[in-house]
Design a protein around this ligand. Sequence first.
Ligand code: ATP
Ligand code: MG
Length: 352
Amino acid sequence: MTSYKIAVVNGDGIGHEIVPMGVEVLKAAAEKFGFDLDTTEYAYGAGYYLEHGDFMAETGLEDLKNFDGILFGAVGLPAVDDTLPFKLFTNKVRTAFKQYVNYRPVKLLDGIDSPLRTKTQKDIDFVVIRENNEGEFVQNGRQMYPDEPYGFATDTSLFTRPGIERIAHYAFKLAQKRRKKVTNVTKSNTMINTLAYWDRVIAEVAEHYPDVQYGKMYIDAATANFVLRPELFDVVLTTNMLGDILSDLGGAIMGSLGFGPSGNINPEKNFPSMFEPIHGSAPDIAGKGIANPIGQIWSGAIMLEHIGETAAAEAIVKAINATTAQGILTGDAGGKNSTTEVAQAIIENLKG
Ligand code: ATP
Ligand code: MG
């Protein structure tokens, strides 16, 4: 039997409630589809930082390197200043393991109403591909004399040709498997160096994919169109910061942030990829058993797809849809069920 080594990192807050549900669903899928998941837990995150002064062990990256995949919850606690070494765990893993693709499906699940009341399932079905390793989030800058009248601060973003080319190729190849449309979301009309270069390199890559319809949209127009005309989108290709913002909006139009899944993907598979819901650790609802586990469980399905267990991945997504169609939902999605009840229903639907 094929066996996969999976690292499990709950992180903080609701991570402790939803990640174990994700693992249970994955194990049920493994049993049904005849493969084995060998899981190892790591207690990294903001809680770990409070105890050890760092978000992960010194050997953390070395240890995680040998896994086939990392299932991750979310990092963050109110007691840990998040402007400190900002979410170091996530950033470290994303860069060290060259997870340069952030893959975020935006798809309305069965039986769920979008807050966009005129929009149906056929209108909301696209993927945000967010550049995950460079751009605005390289944390290259400084604050000088912050308490003085002449204080100032800088952040320099970084865009490289190879970095833009690889994310663009990923997006166009993905579009070839979907509805063959890539929308580059940019702001090159004001970011006239970095984002103009981003646009130029993407347009060059687009020439290699004549079968894919390519277009460019400014972020301000794109945010409006996510709400007014989501049907315009198939693959949305965008930068690290713009993608961060857009994918929360994507989660919102799916009916809840708690539904949104994501993969931090290393397409070459020379390092493990990491799969996490798009939301954060939600300290305001942690410990209450009411967090929506679907974004987490769906992220696990994306992990299975990435490691090659496509049938099992599809079965999980189908079981999620069957469950939402039955109206078994947590409070954020307008239901009354608990985290465990939603996860158990997904497992029942998966077993069929
Ligand atoms: P981050 O900076 O890590 O992205 P955030 O500050 O954006 O975190 P989240 O933790 O994502 O905040 O929470 C935003 C809101 O959404 C909170 O009110 C939270 O309770 C709610 N929320 C987030 N995830 C879930 C979930 N899985 N189920 C229910 N509600 C959720
Ligand atoms: Mg957020």
